[in-house]
Design a protein around this ligand. Sequence first.
Ligand SMILES: Cc1ncc(C[n+]2csc(CCOP(=O)(O)OP(=O)(O)O)c2C)c(N)n1
Length: 256
Amino acid sequence: MKAGTTTSIKRLIRPDAFPTPFCAGCGHGILMGTILRAIDMLGWDMDEMLFVSGIGCGGWIPSPHYAADTLHVTHGRPVAFATGAKLHNPALKVVVIGGDGDLASIGGNHLIHGARRNTDLTVICANNRTYGMTGGQVTPTTPQGARTLTTPDGNPDRPFDLCRLVAAAGASYVARYSVYHIRPLIRALQTALQHPGFCFVEVLSGCPTQYGRRNDIDSPAAMLRYFRDHSVNIARAQFMTETELADKIVIGEFVR
Ligand SMILES: Cc1ncc(C[n+]2csc(CCOP(=O)(O)OP(=O)(O)O)c2C)c(N)n1
């Protein structure tokens, strides 16, 4: 059977996984399948893997859907729990999956110190630019000017560039794509899974329910079109001005 297909990834999903808790059109569902395709195409077995996630919609991606050991831990702490698990059993391939709030807001310190120590983890950030599960509050990755539940007149603050943040902290592999960019995303996930050290993949994921509806991107298709039309490859971005890049998402591999 060809690897990475809807049929072949069934072996990686718990039989009672569906329906998922995701809203219609949530990008996390696409990411959930994309991670499994990457694992399936590597020919890996779930028995050698551990998935660690915190609280939030992103935390539901592995748990309880993946047919693997999954640790669903406190909000903001998945990198800390994953570090402990990896130290206890270095043979495990430990993968953290969390939202931008989980990993960059309450969990921001664990993220940068994991990168600084270059802990052997794969960290996947499902970045929907909002606290999706709790009603759509502002997060450290919400673009300046974007409307959220807590910034109805537009976010006054600058967002973190998570890839540059973890790269500066010392991560050994760093990439960013969106759920629109499935093929390069699969390749980046495969690299991150295989590469030793702290590997970080940021994945822009559409949240039509909380983020999109407040920012005039209010359908699942519109969210995917937004990612398509606002993404610029890192090679091209080098020749663009700050003004030209203001509303763009730079995608590609930042550290390899
Ligand atoms: C210590 C603690 N603080 C706050 C919360 C409430 N809480 C649960 S999920 C969440 C934010 C989720 O946002 P994010 O991590 O970005 O994931 P998303 O739901 O958007 O995928 C918050 C604030 C909590 N459960 N625990």
